[in-house]
Write a protein that binds this ligand. Structure first.
Ligand code: IPD
Ligand code: CA
Ligand code: CA
Length: 259
């Protein structure tokens, strides 16, 4: 099954690469939240490819999703056709196609593929996590002050509401107490870079299941930890995801306020 997923994202990657190098039709989903004809084309390709191979799964793609999440579904596949659309539009080669297969609220298989760098992150529950053929392991960092931490900013920031205020508070609290922050622009890759040991932690407010359904398994299989703000097992209803190499998790949580 994992080889089917890998082949689907490799083929979908050709659509994304073609789009990266050409003029795109860009539409606004919100004030700063953009979508291109390539996000849609890529998602349509992935869903039509998965349909006859994963017949008893609900397929939940970002661009075609139009109802409320029903997390009681025993089998679901979450698809983000381009995670990092802003980078894709601005010509920054940091975005990925993300697919996460979940059963009974647990991740069982994942692929996150950056077609520009040719990096295929993948994992099977219980089987470890890999980038291409390289096994992934989280960093050994135990010192928060020496930690590099990824994060992201929700599109809702434009409303200056609670999400925006929480983001600003988190940076105010954390920045003096860590090495630095990275806002790379693709949550799925943020989780993979953490799994690879490039960063030591990642947190973000208001992500959607398709942003993280793939990356969560890759991180867990590389020895990382994923919780909510209360240090409980993360689920898709949680407002904030906190992920780390596990060693700095508790200290990181102490700098993040409840929302
Ligand atoms: C976005 C990226 C970004 C995160 C945003 C997401 P998109 O996904 O993952 O890093 O900060 O909140 O929505 O819109 O490019 O698929
Ligand atoms: Ca996304
Ligand atoms: Ca997307």
């Amino acid at each position: 099954m994992i080889n089917i997923l890998k082949q689907i994202v490799i083929d979908a990657g050709e659509i994304v690469k073609e789009g990266y190098n050409s003029k795109k039709d860009i539409h606004h989903k919100g004030i700063v939240d953009l979508v291109t004809n390539y996000d849609i084309k890529c998602e349509e390709f992935i869903i039509s490819s998965l349909k006859n191979k994963f017949i008893d799964y609900e397929l939940i793609g970002e661009e075609s999703f139009n109802s409320n999440f029903d997390f009681t579904k025993a089998k679901a596949i979450y698809i983000d056709p381009i995670d990092g659309t802003t980078n894709f539009i601005h010509g920054i080669p940091h975005f990925a196609i993300s697919i996460g297969v979940w059963e009974n609220n647990n991740p069982i298989m994942a692929v996150v593929y950056n077609p520009i760098l040719n990096e295929m992150f993948w994992a099977i529950a219980g089987g470890g996590a890999y980038c291409n053929n390289k096994k992934l392991r989280v960093s050994e960092q135990i010192n928060l002050q020496q930690s590099l931490i990824g994060t992201g900013f929700p599109y809702a920031k434009v409303n200056r509401g609670i999400e925006y205020k929480w983001v600003i508070a988190s940076i105010t609290n954390l920045l003096p107490n860590i090495r630095d922050i990275r806002r790379l622009g693709s949550a799925s890759l943020d989780l993979c870079y953490l799994a690879e040991g490039k960063t030591d932690a990642f947190y973000e407010i208001d992500l959607k299941p398709w942003d993280i359904a793939g990356g969560i398994l890759i991180l867990l299989e590389a020895g990382g930890k994923v919780t909510n703000l209360s240090n409980k097992k993360f689920n898709f209803n949680d407002k904030v995801i906190v992920a780390s190499n596990s060693k700095i998790h508790i200290e990181l949580l102490s700098f993040l306020d409840e929302v």
